[in-house]
Write a protein that binds this ligand. Structure first.
Ligand SMILES: NC(=O)c1ccc[n+]([C@@H]2O[C@H](COP(=O)([O-])OP(=O)(O)OC[C@H]3O[C@@H](n4cnc5c(N)ncnc54)[C@H](O)[C@@H]3O)[C@@H](O)[C@H]2O)c1
Length: 269
């Protein structure tokens, strides 16, 4: 790969620290010649290390709460000014559930927090795309991506209300993908990623166990954050121009594996 993303401009949401999937994407987009603005919630600016990443990638940071239309409008306007034109790629790498954080069981949800989960982790994707759409901020044949998890399709009790958020997120990708395809040939997809050791990932109860389980249930093993970033790059590049409105599994084969010999052996123990 050499300069796969030369002359491409974008926005990367969600780099908190060096474990973040968005962090790895930013590093790799930079390596491949793309330019971008980094953004995260104002609170993450204080807690995270985004400025370190910005310096490394020669990027500017614009704080934006992804649940605020005002912040997003300002972000999209400023990003185009800073980067010198319309955008070619956007990564939505945002997830947060107050119910998960406070260890609430799915059968005992706080519904105000449930609304927050949906707003932050799913509706924000619609907010971002609506803002881009209204400002006519995407170049033709651009690519918009969000990150999902298989709990959108199957029951994962520990994933709590995030499962509903991911199902909504994937639906928004299909619904907006239609409109953005017609308007700008812009593609919209979600990547359904393996369990990954990050701040959001390891905040889920029992994460270590289901990380190991998924690893043993995947013929290729769990996909790492770096590998996920590589996949994001292909979807931002011109090599995937006609892939749109898809949920793309990036999970080492987990989603289509019934059982593995490794797991069978464990049951024999
Ligand atoms: N880690 C995993 O196991 C895993 C698996 C599949 C999918 N994902 C998804 O990948 C994405 C990135 O998560 P990650 O694992 O890199 O963890 P992470 O904690 O590094 O990233 C989550 C980001 O969301 C940001 N965020 C939270 N509330 C926000 C708000 N109101 N406005 C703007 N940003 C906000 C956080 O500041 C953080 O940067 C999420 O959508 C997550 O659900 C993660």
């Amino acid at each position: 790969m050499n300069n796969l993303l030369a002359n491409k401009r974008g926005i990367i949401f969600g780099a908190l620290d060096e474990r973040s999937i968005a962090w790895k994407v930013a590093e790799k987009v930079h390596e491949q010649g793309g330019t971008f603005v980094l953004t995260n919630a104002p609170i993450a600016m204080r807690m995270g290390k985004i400025n370190e990443l910005a310096e490394k990638c020669g990027a500017q940071v614009i704080p934006a709460d992804a649940t605020s239309m005002e912040d997003l409008e300002n972000l999209v306007t400023q990003a185009q000014e800073i980067l010198g034109g319309k955008l070619d790629f956007v990564l939505h790498s945002i997830g947060m559930s107050p119910n998960v954080r406070k260890n609430k069981a799915y059968t005992d949800l706080n519904h105000d927090w449930f609304s927050k989960t949906l707003d932050i982790s799913a509706m924000s994707f619609h907010r971002v795309m609506q803002t881009l759409y209204k400002q006519d901020a995407m170049n033709d044949w651009g690519s918009i991506l969000a990150l999902s998890y298989i709990a959108a399709q199957e029951a994962y009790p520990f994933y709590c209300d995030m499962a509903d958020a991911k199902a909504t997120l994937e639906s928004i990708a299909r619904s907006f993908g239609y409109h953005y395809g017609v308007k700008n040939k812009t593609r919209v997809n979600t990547i359904s990623q393996s369990p990954t050791v990050t701040s959001a990932g390891s905040g889920i109860a029992g994460f270590d166990k289901f990380f190991d389980f998924a690893d043993e249930m995947s013929p290729l093993g769990n996909a790492s954050a770096e590998a996920c970033a590589d996949y994001c790059l292909t979807l931002f590049s011109d090599l995937t121009k006609f892939v749109t409105m898809q949920n793309l599994f990036h999970d080492g084969g987990y989603s289509t594996t019934g059982i593995t010999s490794q797991v069978m052996e464990k049951w024999g123990e």
